[in-house]
Write a protein that binds this ligand. Structure first.
Ligand code: PMP
Length: 442
């Protein structure tokens, strides 16, 4: 803008201060037009005291102990004294943050040790660390795959995988959830002569079912594609040593890339990728989410490292986790709830519409049961649900009490199927049960 024009605009502004403010407010309202329905929903639910998000009151219960089912702290390590001490010592030694990206020197020897131990545990040559699991997925996918390439991604994959695939610029095709035969069909039609990355999860965060890695890997590899598994909800949970779904299916040597997060079984924050040295080098030197973002703080690396050590030496935690998951699943099934496809500690309860989901969440919270709602855009409206994450730290008696509370609160909302149809839900356990590890059987 020429300086005379700029002076004129400023003069007008000074003269019509009030009108200018009104016009700015109007412009913002116009700008937010696409959000109008969402903002209205937020206002209505706040007004009715039913707003379920960003809650900070999960340690509260009106009578007795709260039952917290929102944390992915599968092995119950976030309160472990050894993990806390490790974080404290790291702060004393390295400060609160290195204030630099990993590439620019933001990591410490703790980060290096953590990456090495993760790679060893997962039987991979190397690992690279990210500041979050979200960044790991976005960074890895967008770094490895380019415009002419093809990404084949399970329909139920997490938002971070969806975003990484979009950002890569590659052609993205979805295959039906957990369907190796649909994957095979797409591969036969479109994979020839192209670089193809197939992406799945070990345990699906939406439904709590287990990825069919044996068939997915067989089909993908037959077409020369690479397979990436996001073990966010399976690391520490599945496998004889807790190394995840790839270990559970004895496929640690077959999967090409393992992505994971430290915000679940490792009781910290951060993400990682483990694979062949060349793959990890390629990613670590080109993933923008790693290069252009600060390294995870030393305390987070130290906590994850301590948790990894405990995970490897205390398998009884995994056994407790599975015992608790089975107790909770069985209790919910007996009370007539539809737990969808869950066979793991990730346990959805189908509600069927967003309004009742929000109501159920708020009423449960008021009675000390903290559970997470999943409504659009996270899931389609008719599949709205609440989702529980069972951990090794739960007391079975608390889980049983939680089932009773969910039944009592859910009853007037007509959520349990027995109440709607007079019969219990059919079992959603897969026809061919997944191979069971010692912890699952215990
Ligand atoms: N992948 C999956 C399957 C997830 O469920 C999540 C988070 N819930 C992430 C990745 C992202 O992990 P983080 O919270 O560490 O960013």
């Amino acid at each position: 803008m020429k300086s005379s024009a700029l002076r004129r605009v400023k003069r007008e502004h000074a003269k019509n201060g009030r009108a200018h403010k009104d016009s700015r407010r109007h412009a913002r309202t116009e700008f937010l037009a696409p959000f109008a329905p969402l903002l209205e929903q937020i206002e209505v639910s706040r007004h009715a005291d039913l707003y379920p998000f960003f809650s900070t009151d999960r340690d509260s219960a009106p009578n007795g102990r709260p039952v917290v089912l929102v944390a992915n702290d599968y092995l119950g390590l976030s309160a472990d004294l050894r993990v806390r001490d490790a974080a404290r010592e790291a702060i004393a030694r390295f400060g609160t943050s290195r204030c630099a990206s990993p590439l620019a020197g933001g990591q410490t020897t703790l980060h290096q040790t953590l990456a090495t131990r993760l790679a060893e545990f997962l039987h991979q040559e190397a690992a690279a660390l990210f500041a979050s699991g979200y960044q790991a997925n976005v960074g890895v996918i967008s770094a490895l795959v380019r415009n002419d390439d093809l990404i084949l991604t399970d329909l139920f994959n997490h938002a971070s995988i969806v975003d990484g695939a979009r950002l890569s610029g590659a052609q993205v095709r979805h295959f039906q959830h957990n369907s190796a035969s649909h994957l095979e069909r797409i591969l036969s039609q479109e994979a020839r002569g192209r670089r193809v990355l197939v992406i799945v999860e070990g345990v699906y965060s939406a439904d709590g079912d287990i990825g069919d890695l044996p068939d997915i890997c067989a089909v993908a590899h037959a077409h020369g594609a690479l397979v990436m598994v996001d073990e966010a909800h399976s690391f520490g949970v599945l496998g004889d040593r807790g190394a995840g779904a790839a270990e559970h299916f004895e496929l640690l040597d077959d999967v090409d890339l393992i992505v994971g997060t430290m915000s679940k079984s490792l009781a910290s924050v951060g993400g990682f990728v483990a694979a062949d040295q060349n793959l990890v080098d390629a990613i670590a030197h080109s993933a923008r989410a790693l290069i252009f973002s600060a390294a995870l703080p030393p305390a987070a690396a130290a906590a994850a490292l301590a948790a990894l050590e405990i995970l490897q030496h205390e398998p009884e935690r995994r056994q407790r986790l599975w015992h608790n998951a089975r107790t909770f699943l069985a209790g919910l099934a007996a009370a007539g709830f539809d737990t969808m496809h869950s066979v793991t500690p990730v346990i959805p309860i189908l509600v069927g519409d967003p309004v009742r989901t929000i109501e159920l969440t708020a009423r449960l919270r008021a009675r000390g049961v903290h559970i997470c709602p999943a409504i659009p855009p996270m899931v389609p409206a008719h599949l709205s649900r609440v989702r529980a994450h069972v951990t090794a730290a739960h007391e079975p008696a608390d889980l049983e009490a939680a089932v009773e509370t969910i039944a009592a609160v859910g009853s007037p909302l007509c959520i349990a199927r027995v109440q709607r149809t007079g019969r219990a839900p059919r079992s959603r356990l897969p026809a061919t049960a997944p191979r069971r590890t010692a912890a699952m059987r215990a």
